[in-house]
Design a protein around this ligand. Structure first.
Ligand code: GLN
Length: 542
């Protein structure tokens, strides 16, 4: 049964993309700032059983947790804003819920009962909620989708029932809605919110708190009107105004009094909120001392949402250096047409080649890496970006013109990037990669060691291919430095695996096989993003 003491359920109305994930994460951050132990859960109404195989262009990036779970990018917000470390229990889909219930039925667990949405599906949803909430003072649970969607009905029904399991005073329903400004009328409109709250009530839930997404502050009168039509007190209606930076949201909600109201309504005694760390970073974001431009060379269509954590991590690197980091997204495929590479890269202070899958744009990325190496432009290669840096070096410096990755040219004689032994056995797609946290040992005296200032680190992975140990020594003999290794005994590959590379005769040329962006936070910028942005600032200064 429910071991968390309190539950906050976050629903969204009117339109999608209101920022429910961010609102939940911000409330989580505010509760933590009062000394409350929180956990967070996202319930996704889609039918996919494995979010790892979903197309990032449709759904944004796949976020990776410590335990290797591939999940919705909202979990990235949760981890960036709070101290929670999430596991596969903190995100589930309709598909997974049905999968469990159908398997239970096949095993005869329901003893011939008619298996139905209520109670079997809703019971399984609640079981998962209580499991994820275990051990926390407060569990924040986000219901994906928009109230009124067919898909989210069983979730809304399940969270309605929770109040009977744990007591009404231990449950809070927070509804995020939209209050649009209609220019033609010169007014903020409350009707969509009224409808959305009515829909929620129709589904059995009385909203306790309304967060109203809007482009301007709501006046006391508007709040009163919303309260009257939505059947709650006016002091439970809050402005959630558009912010310049997502990291202003916790403070904005705090100044509105959201966390005060939550602890009051849930009858929680907490220490007073400590939000100075958030105030400091907002101050840094608003008045940076430096400005740099980073060229991100990727597949054009994938850019922005599908590199969410990367964008955030670069932004954090900016916070760490008192700098505004502008990202210039560059289509790798265009790099190869005449003169366009120089044109695209000439004005950037650093070049980043992120992770990726598939052959499209590969040669363009390699050309950009060569440019960075030769022109001594700060370079950071992540996962695929590191693999391509090894290929570029093998071709240009070691002298193997056919150097390639088994992912792109399996017949090449110089597969400097290849499958390791255990991967060669795996045929099926999905869940077969090296995933999640692995330890890495850094070599002292390297840039990598300088950045982390320690020799044992742990970072998250999501890839199939590795730097091949067959060619490692020859590449190293020609000057590429392998600065980090995974020597985990679980690996079948003898001699460990290369995790980091760098070049010495270059202001900053660093690559990593893992994805550091998944562990960067605004309050704790990642060392590799910190050092890369610092190098870009130094480059700009000349
Ligand atoms: N496609 C490469 C691999 O599978 C790199 C993956 C990545 O960049 N995340 O190894």
């Amino acid at each position: 049964m429910a071991k968390a003491k309190k539950f906050i359920f976050v629903t969204g109305g009117v339109v999608s993309s209101l920022g429910k994930g961010l609102a939940s994460a911000s409330v989580g951050a505010l509760l933590e700032s009062r000394g409350i132990k929180v956990t967070m859960l996202k319930m996704d109404p889609y039918i996919n059983v494995d979010p790892g195989t979903m197309n990032p262009t449709q759904h944004g990036e796949v976020f990776v947790l410590e335990d290797g779970t591939e999940c919705d990018l909202d979990l990235g917000h949760y981890e960036r804003f709070t101290h929670v470390q999430l596991t596969k229990k903190n995100n589930f889909t309709t598909g997974q819920v049905y999968d469990t219930v159908i398997q239970n039925e096949r095993k005869g667990k329901y003893l011939g009962e008619t298996v139905q949405v209520i109670p079997h599906i809703t019971d399984e949803i609640k079981r998962r909620i209580y499991e994820a909430a275990d051990g926390a003072d407060v569990a924040l649970i986000e219901v994906g989708g928009t109230v009124g969607d067919i898909e989210s009905l069983p979730f809304v029904e399940a969270i309605r029932q929770v109040k009977f399991d744990v007591g009404r005073e231990n449950v809070l329903y927070l509804h995020l809605t939209l209050v649009p400004y209609i220019a033609a009328a010169g007014e903020l409109k409350t009707k969509p919110t009224q409808h959305s709250v009515a829909q929620l009530r129709h589904e059995g839930i009385e909203a306790d708190i309304l967060l109203c997404r809007t482009d301007r502050p709501l006046s006391a009168e508007i709040k009163k009107k919303i309260a009257l039509f939505c059947n709650l007190e006016a002091d439970r209606v809050f402005t959630a105004q558009d912010a310049d930076s997502i990291y202003e949201v916790p403070l904005n909600l705090h100044h509105e009094g959201v966390d005060d109201k939550i602890v009051e309504l849930m009858n929680m005694w907490t220490s007073s909120p400590q939000v100075n760390a958030w105030e400091e970073i907002v101050q840094k974001i608003k008045s940076p001392k430096h400005a740099v431009k980073i060229g991100v060379v990727g597949k054009y269509v994938d850019l922005k949402e599908s590199y969410k954590s990367l964008n955030e991590a670069l932004f954090h690197g900016g916070i760490g250096n008192n700098a505004k980091v502008e990202m210039k997204f560059i289509d790798a495929e265009q790099m190869l047409s005449n003169g366009s590479l120089e044109k695209a890269l000439d004005d950037v202070d650093g070049i980043l080649v992120p992770g990726g899958f598939g052959i499209r744009g590969i040669e363009g990325k390699i050309a950009a890496i060569r440019y960075a190496r030769e022109k001594k432009r700060p370079f950071f290669g992540i996962c695929l970006g590191m693999q391509l840096a090894v290929i570029e070096y093998s071709r240009s410096i070691v002298g193997w013109a056919d150097a390639n990755s088994a992912e792109f040219e399996p017949n090449s004689k110089h597969l400097v990037i290849d499958l390791m032994e255990e991967q060669k056995q795996v045929q099926n797609m999905g869940g077969t990669m090296r995933l999640g946290a692995w330890e890495c040992e850094l070599v002292t005296g390297t840039r990598a060691f300088d950045a982390y200032k320690k020799s044992m680190i742990s970072e998250r992975h999501r890839h199939r291919y590795e730097v091949s140990n067959r060619f490692r020594d020859e590449i190293a003999a020609k000057g590429m430095i392998f600065s980090g290794f995974c020597r985990d005994p679980k690996l079948a590959t003898k001699g460990g695996l290369v995790e980091m590379i760098e070049l010495r005769e270059h202001p900053y040329f660093v690559g990593c096989q893992f994805h550091p962006e998944f562990k960067s936070k605004p309050l704790a910028p990642h060392p590799l993003f910190n050092s890369f942005v610092a190098a870009a600032i130094a480059f700009k200064k000349g």
